[in-house]
Design a protein around this ligand. Structure first.
Ligand code: ZN
Length: 195
């Protein structure tokens, strides 16, 4: 464990099949499969990345000690981005996103996880969230997920309250819509409470 927090969050895809099983059982099986691959086939001492998110949106600890390190504002050094492991935390998102869309459940968990990390480590999502290909010669995290990173930065900023600006493009429309529907529900609840 390093006595310092990560300064960047790296978004990966696992480049595994885009399965339709969104269950918790599948998420755990995925985690064990990554562990076998990284520790058995590659001979590493643990899972390469710190966190894994399944297509069903389950967030799992990869490298042991990650959760404790986040709570202490420190970093468990992974093996997920050549030459950049000592200052970054990696999130593996299940699937292959070269052409396919990112499932809504995975996306919601990714936004929440990045918001949690940015808060825990006092990071600005606008600069802290990067894709694996920003550091290494790789397709990871896929063209589709990589193109979504600006939207991820904005949604995370909004979630942690560091961005109060207006939406910048069409990508924000569904986020805006869900925010409006949340506010509408809230007002609805408020009315019920007053009765
Ligand atoms: Zn990667």
């Amino acid at each position: 464990m390093l006595d310092r927090p990560p300064d960047h969050i790296i978004v990966h895809h696992t480049a595994s099949p885009n399965v339709s099983d969104t269950s918790r059982g599948h998420a755990f099986a995925l985690s064990r499969q990554i562990q076998r691959f990284h520790m058995g086939t590659r001979g590493w001492d643990d899972i390469g990345e710190q966190l894994t998110i399944s297509r069903g949106g389950y967030v799992m600890e990869g490298r042991a000690g990650t959760l404790r390190a986040i709570a202490r504002n420190e970093l468990v050094v992974g093996a997920q981005s050549l030459h950049h492991n000592r200052h970054t935390l990696g999130i593996e998102n299940e699937g292959t996103y070269m052409k396919d869309e990112v499932p809504a459940k995975l996306w919601r968990s990714l936004v929440e996880t990045c918001a949690w990390l940015c808060t825990a480590h006092n990071l600005d999502p606008a600069t802290a969230i990067v894709g694996h290909r920003d550091y290494n010669a790789t397709d990871c995290p896929g063209d589709v997920l990589y193109r979504r990173l600006p939207r991820l930065r904005r949604e995370v900023a909004r979630r942690i309250g560091s961005d109060t600006g207006p939406p910048e493009d069409d990508d924000d429309l569904d986020a805006e819509a869900s925010r409006r529907s949340f506010l509408a529900q809230h007002r609805h609840r408020g009315r019920r409470h007053r009765r």
